[in-house]
Structures are given as structure tokens and as C-alpha cells.
Design a protein around this ligand. Structure first.
Ligand SMILES: [Zn+2]
Length: 465
């Protein structure tokens, strides 16, 4: 997770921010079902997209001119013949005029709570402000056409709840809750003056947030894993190796023992879901796989043998196109050097992904920068360095959606995502232009996406009236 890495010299900053947000997460102990829920906003009647050419998220071609009827939160009908809704009242008709209708985009490595605030802002503001910032960013994320994100670290449970209840516009969120790490591992942002920790003593400040939890035995890992599941985590995230900005974890180190990783895997699998690990190196990846981890985050420094192993075992590679040092503006020289090393691995990881036909998912891992977040679509477009536009778009829609299904019964949004077909959830973008010919359209969502629909609701419509 580059996210935490972007912090740079983060020891004080992150810890203090975590304090602000931590109490919030841990205060919400009651099951959601027992809490009073505000009424859902009234859902509009059916929506009919007329005369669109469909990129369905799977095939590298557009459909013939078609009509797509959305009822409730799902796609009810797709037809090349006109769909007659004259007998129905209140159907919203959106004339596509031959434009492209495609699935909403999915980012499987996001940190919804850690985008807008800078460390300095976190230092000087309260928890309410931080949460509101995350809400504003969630709306911006949706307005970039990302209708679903998998959150890989941070206390996003309440944000998810508010979005799902219709309190504010935002993407679907698959939350991990706190990242689980070891003492000195990636995600342990304590200072040396915080050591030694008394066994059974008070939590570190970073832990009170729910941003990360430090666990040093299989038993501790099991407990922290189960705490995230209790709060509604749809998958569990551990850091299996060093990270760029972690002050005390060099990139090359492997952190958890296999037994510790296995404890998390068992707890997650008992709960019907899976574990993903932050891992750049071959050693960290191989140990993760041996312990039963299903998805590797990053992988930029892995070798051929490890890629072959991932292919043989059907392990997911969730990686990111890190192409420059722009996220490193606040980093010290040691951390900058680590980021540079990761960036030099980017071409290699995509080459291995292609050579061994790995199940490869797309994510951005943006952190602590609204400016970088605005490049979310541009990062997707940058996949053109290795993939055709169709391959990149398939990755960011149906392939990413396939990864999300690993959450099994912990999937917070049962139903098909990332595709345009009858019965699928209605997360749709109407594009002004053909993204299969011009992938850069996704880098300019304000102009390119004329309609943004999530869960059957229209959140943006700038079609000419
Ligand atoms: Zn991350």
C-alpha cells in the first residue's frame, strides 16, 4: 500500500490522524442491523437508455445499436429493437444517439479515508472534519466514473454506511478496515520512543484509529482479523513485506511468519472471505501463497519463478501503474529511493503478468493528495503502455469485479458488477466517444462521462437537452 508510503516521515502525522479517526470507528460497536436507519431517498422510476452501443465489460467490441432498460437497481432488458415504455409513467428516457454505454469503473486498491487530508490538516482538525472530507472525496470519486472501490486500509466502515444509506453520493465500498502489520512492519508508524510496548498494554495511537493494528503472534493476528470482520470487513489486508515510507521496514524484509499469515487466512476463510497481502518481493509473495493468501497487492519486485507460482496456484495480482515519483514529494531521501526502486519494477510486473497470464486487477493506491486522486482515470489510461484499450477497460470492470466476488457471502453488494447484461447491477457510464479506440477518454471524466449511474440511480446527466 503506497498510500501509507506517501506520507513520508509520517511517524507523528499518521499517528495523530489515526487518533482523530480511531475513536470514531471503535465507537460503532453495535451491529448495523440494530441501528436506526434513515429512510432511503426515493428511487426514480425506470430509466431507458436509447440507441447506445454497448461495451459490456467483457468483449473487445461494441454491440450493435441497442436499448437498455434499468428497473430498480438492475438492468432489466437489453434489446436491439426499441423497448416500448409508453404504458409506464415516470420512465426517464436518456437518448444515447449512438454513444457508448459501459460498466462503471472499479478501483481495487483505494484508501477512501486517506485521500483529501494532508498530514498537516489532519494534525489541526477534528475527526468530524476528516470524515466529511472523505465524504466529499467519495462524491468526487463517483463523479470520475468509479462506481466501486475496494478499500485496502483505513476506517471506511462509517463512510460506506452513509453512502449505502443514501446520505451522500459515493462509490460502493468493499472495506478492509485496519491493515494488520507486525512490530516494525509496514503500517507500524510508531516512533522508537514508543518502545518497548508492554504486552497486554495500551494500544498504540495508530491502532486506535483502525488504520492499522500491530500483531506479533498467530493469536494476535486472529483477534485483529476477527475484529475487522466484526466491523464488516469484506476482505482482510496484511502487510507481508516492507513498504516505501515505513520508517522501520526496509523493502526487502518479510514480516509475518507463515504461521501468522495462516492464522489470518483461517479466520477469514472461516468467515467466508479471503486475505490479501501487501508484498513487493518474491519472498513475501511466496510466503503469502504458502499460507493461503488469495491476492497479492503490488508485486513490483517479484521474479519469474514467483510469477510462475502465482499462475500455477491461480493467485490474483492486484497491481498499480506506478510510473513516476510524483507521490514522493513529501518523502525523505531513504523513502524516495525505495519508491524509485518500486517504480523501476512497474514495467517488469506487467511484463510478468502478461507472460504468465496472471489474473491481474487494476488499482491506483492514491493517498493523501486530491491532486493525485484526480489522476485516477489517467492512471487507468496509463495502462495503454502495456495493454490495448479494451484489455485495460476489461481489467477495470469485469476482471476487477471477479476479484470482488472472492468476498463470498461477505460481499456487501450481492449481484453482478462490472458488466452490462440483463440482471446485472445498474452501474453504468454513458461515454462521449469510443473508449475502445481512445482510452484517454477515461482520463477526462468530467467531459467524457455524460451520464453516471450507480445502483440504478442517475448521479450525473449532462446530455444535451
Ligand atoms: Zn495501499
Amino acid at each position: 500500500m503506497l498510500g501509507m508510503e506517501i506520507l513520508g516521515r509520517p511517524k507523528g502525522h499518521l499517528a495523530q490522524w489515526l487518533v482523530l479517526t480511531g475513536a470514531f470507528v471503535f465507537g460503532l460497536a453495535a451491529p448495523a442491523a440494530a441501528q436506526p436507519r434513515p429512510p432511503e431517498p426515493a428511487r426514480q422510476a425506470s430509466v431507458l437508455f436509447e440507441n447506445v452501443r454497448i461495451f459490456d465489460g467483457k468483449a473487445a467490441v461494441l454491440s450493435a445499436p441497442s436499448h437498455v432498460l434499468v428497473r430498480g437497481n438492475a438492468i432489466a432488458r437489453i434489446s436491439t429493437a426499441p423497448i416500448d415504455v409508453a404504458a409506464e409513467t415516470g420512465v426517464q428516457i436518456l437518448p444515447g444517439n449512438g454513444r457508448v454505454l459501459m460498466p462503471g469503473l472499479i478501483d481495487v486498491h483505494w484508501h477512501a479515508m486517506m485521500i483529501r487530508p494532508t498530514p498537516a490538516m489532519l494534525l489541526s482538525s477534528g475527526i468530524g472534519y476528516s470524515t466529511l472530507l472523505a465524504g466529499v472525496e467519495a462524491t468526487a470519486t463517483l463523479m470520475r466514473g468509479f462506481t466501486t472501490i475496494r478499500d485496502l486500509g483505513g476506517p471506511s466502515f462509517d463512510l460506506k454506511r452513509a453512502i449505502d444509506e443514501g446520505l451522500l453520493p459515493g462509490p460502493r465500498i468493499y472495506p478492509s478496515g485496519a491493515v494488520i502489520t507486525i512490530t516494525s512492519g509496514h503500517g507500524d508508524f510508531r516512533q522508537l520512543t514508543d518502545l518497548p510496548r508492554t504486552i497486554g498494554g495500551m494500544l498504540a495511537r495508530v491502532e486506535k484509529l483502525g488504520g492499522s493494528m500491530i500483531a506479533d503472534s498467530p493469536d494476535e493476528v486472529r483477534m485483529r482479523t476477527r475484529e475487522q470482520l466484526m466491523q464488516g470487513a469484506s476482505q482482510i489486508k496484511l502487510t507481508a513485506g516492507g513498504g516505501v515510507a515505513s520508517p522501520f521496514s526496509p523493502l526487502d524484509v518479510s514480516t509475518f511468519t507463515e504461521a501468522e499469515l495462516r492464522a489470518a487466512v483461517e479466520a477469514a476463510e472461516n468467515w467466508g472471505t479471503y486475505v490479501c497481502t501487501h508484498a513487493y518481493t518474491s519472498a513475501a509473495i511466496q510466503r503469502s501463497i504458502a499460507a493461503g493468501v488469495k491476492c497479492i497487492e503490488h508485486g513490483h519486485l517479484m521474479d519469474e519463478a514467483t510469477a510462475r507460482l502465482m499462475a500455477e496456484k491461480g493467485i490474483w495480482l492486484s497491481t498499480q501503474p506506478f510510473l513516476d515519483l510524483s507521490p514522493a514529494s513529501g518523502l525523505g531521501p531513504a523513502e524516495r529511493a525505495k519508491l524509485a526502486k518500486v517504480v523501476t519494477g512497474t514495467d517488469a510486473v506487467y511484463a510478468l503478468a502478461k507472460k504468465y497470464r496472471l489474473k491481474t486487477a487494476f488499482g491506483t493506491d492514491v493517498l493523501f493528495s486530491q491532486q493525485l486522486a484526480e489522476r485516477q482515470g489517467a492512471m487507468l489510461a496509463s495502462l495503454a503502455r502495456w495493454y490495448t484499450p479494451a484489455e485495460a477497460l476489461i481489467m477495470a470492470t469485469s476482471t476487477n469485479a471477479e476479484l470482488l466476488t472472492l468476498s463470498g457471502l461477505r460481499n456487501p453488494y450481492p449481484g453482478r458488477l462490472g458488466i452490462v447484461e440483463e440482471g446485472a447491477l445498474a452501474d453504468l457510464l454513458l461515454v462521449d466517444g469510443n473508449p475502445l479506440e481512445n482510452l484517454d477518454l477515461v482520463a477526462d471524466p468530467g467531459r467524457s462521462f455524460l451520464v453516471i449511474m450507480k445502483d440504478g440511480r442517475v448521479y450525473k446527466n449532462t446530455l444535451p437537452q
